[in-house]
Design a protein around this ligand. Structure first.
Ligand SMILES: C[S@@+](CC[C@H](N)C(=O)[O-])C[C@H]1O[C@@H](n2cnc3c(N)ncnc32)[C@H](O)[C@@H]1O
Length: 438
């Protein structure tokens, strides 16, 4: 009994520490959680609870902070960081999880009591605030429903309202509240109705198979390496290279290899590079499981010189990743406008080098999982006006399964998380197809 109780508060402590690591130190969620869960020796069930709790707290962070302000008569002292994070996770349980109310309150209060230093004195306040939240739950939930945009930092609200419209910004924010489906890219040769049925998945017009999220390792074909997990939107850019059978394709910024696997599975001879050693390990593991081949090198895409000339290039540039907010809700809270500007400079540099490596007649796909126009269309337009030998090759609706709404007037791919919501939505993605003329 006492072990189980200890374990429960350990789990919540891991969740609170992870939330603080993400929001105060801009640490990536998965890495922070792995570290804290290992330190606390959480079992798989405990880790899963902590994961869900932090995931929900991050998805609803803006709403939870706003709610908390409303429940406090006076604000919290500035350095009460543990108390604030504990209250956020307590509120997340009360408003958005099925945790029993008494457990959400008692465990959070116990956690604050167990703190060393002044913050343990806030245990009474935490108790009062969480009990007030339980009493006002219906009103708090209806207020949260009315303002999904509160879950975006102010700079993103402004940027997306300006770039897309106020309504689209709110619709994108709304998607944050939902769990993303599990999207699967399957080797073309294995894409049969039979396989879709075995995976209990629905084929989408773009070729991706979609089903409810589950433990992927238990699904048919996982061990055989017949498929890999990849959001529908992320799976489109590689297909825009058309028939690449026997062609040498350079996949710049390739790790963990979602697009490398697509290229190799379509018969290309792939050179895949990335600067990050750890992420390259994941790329190697993915290639091994799927039994696909690529030449892999750790290299800087801004200076890399391939040994053999390439036919085509896929540049999935490092970006702010604001399009992946539903799968990675930590990202929007760990980035600032200055990060976007720095990344845009890096993208411009890599894009120029990539173009120098492209032969006349070759195709270069430039893509980012960002919704910022400075990383997407503005990046490409600036490049095209600097390089007259570069031409945009517009994408046509039939290349994206007839989904014309995914294309801009200029023929770039622009996937918004607010599109196809009734079918489960998608990540935000931008891609432009370029070629080199004499
Ligand atoms: C959007 S991710 C790539 C995702 C990958 N294409 C896929 O489909 O799985 C961007 C990648 O760029 C890599 N990166 C960042 N700066 C780089 C640089 N200067 N040279 C090469 N790779 C870089 C990062 O390590 C990261 O793996």
């Amino acid at each position: 009994m006492s072990n189980a109780a200890e374990n429960l508060s350990d789990v919540r402590k891991v969740a609170v520490r992870t939330l603080m690591a993400v929001t105060l130190k801009s640490r990536p969620f998965d890495i922070a959680l792995d570290e804290m869960a290992a330190e606390a020796k959480l079992n798989a069930r405990g880790r899963a609870f902590a994961f869900n709790l932090v995931m929900l707290s991050l998805r609803q962070l803006g709403v939870l902070r706003h709610t908390l302000q409303g429940l406090l008569d006076r604000g919290l002292p500035k350095n009460a960081t543990w108390t604030e994070a504990a209250l956020i996770t307590g509120l997340a349980q009360i408003l958005f999880m099925r945790t029993a109310d008494h457990a959400a309150v008692n465990e959070t209060v116990e956690l604050v009591k167990s703190l060393s230093g002044k913050e343990k004195g806030f245990a009474g306040l935490v108790n009062a605030v969480l009990r007030k939240a339980i009493k006002k739950r219906d009103d708090l939930l209806s207020e949260a429903d009315k303002h999904p945009e509160r879950n975006l930092p102010q700079w993103l609200q402004t940027s997306w309202a300006e770039t897309y419209t106020e309504g689209t910004m709110r619709a994108i924010a709304q998607t944050l509240a939902s769990n993303p489906p599990l999207d699967i890219s399957i080797k073309p040769a294995q894409l049969t109705e039979d396989m879709a049925e075995k995976l209990r998945a629905t084929p989408l017009p773009t070729g991706t198979l979609r089903r409810d999220a589950t433990d992927v390792t238990s699904l048919e074909g996982y061990d055989e390496g017949s498929w890999w997990v990849q959001d529908m939107a992320a799976a489109i850019p590689a297909t825009l290279l058309g028939n690449i059978e026997g062609k040498h394709v350079l996949d710049m910024c390739a790790a963990p290899g979602g697009k490398t696997m697509q290229l190799a599975a379509r018969g290309a001879r792939v050179t895949a590079i990335d600067r990050n050693k750890n992420r390259l390990r994941r790329l190697h593991a993915n290639l091994e499981r799927t039994k696909l081949a690529a030449e892999v090198a750790q290299a800087d895409a801004a200076t890399f010189e391939p040994v053999q000339p390439v036919d085509h290039i896929l540049l999935d540039a490092p970006c702010s990743a604001t399009g992946t907010l539903r799968r990675n809700p930590d990202v929007i809270w760990t980035k600032e406008p200055t990060d976007v500007a720095k990344l845009a400079n890096l993208q411009a540099k890599i894009l120029r080098h990539a173009f120098a490596l492209l032969p006349v007649g070759g195709t270069l796909i430039y893509c980012v999982c960002s919704l910022e126009k400075s990383e997407g269309v503005e990046q490409v337009d600036a490049f095209l006006s600097d390089f007259p030998a570069a031409k945009r090759v517009p994408v046509s609706p039939d290349e994206v399964g007839g989904l014309g709404e995914l294309l801009t007037d200029a023929g770039d791919l622009l996937c918004l998380p607010s599109l196809q919501v009734e079918k489960g939505g998608m990540d935000g993605f931008f891609a432009a197809r370029l070629t080199k003329v004499k």
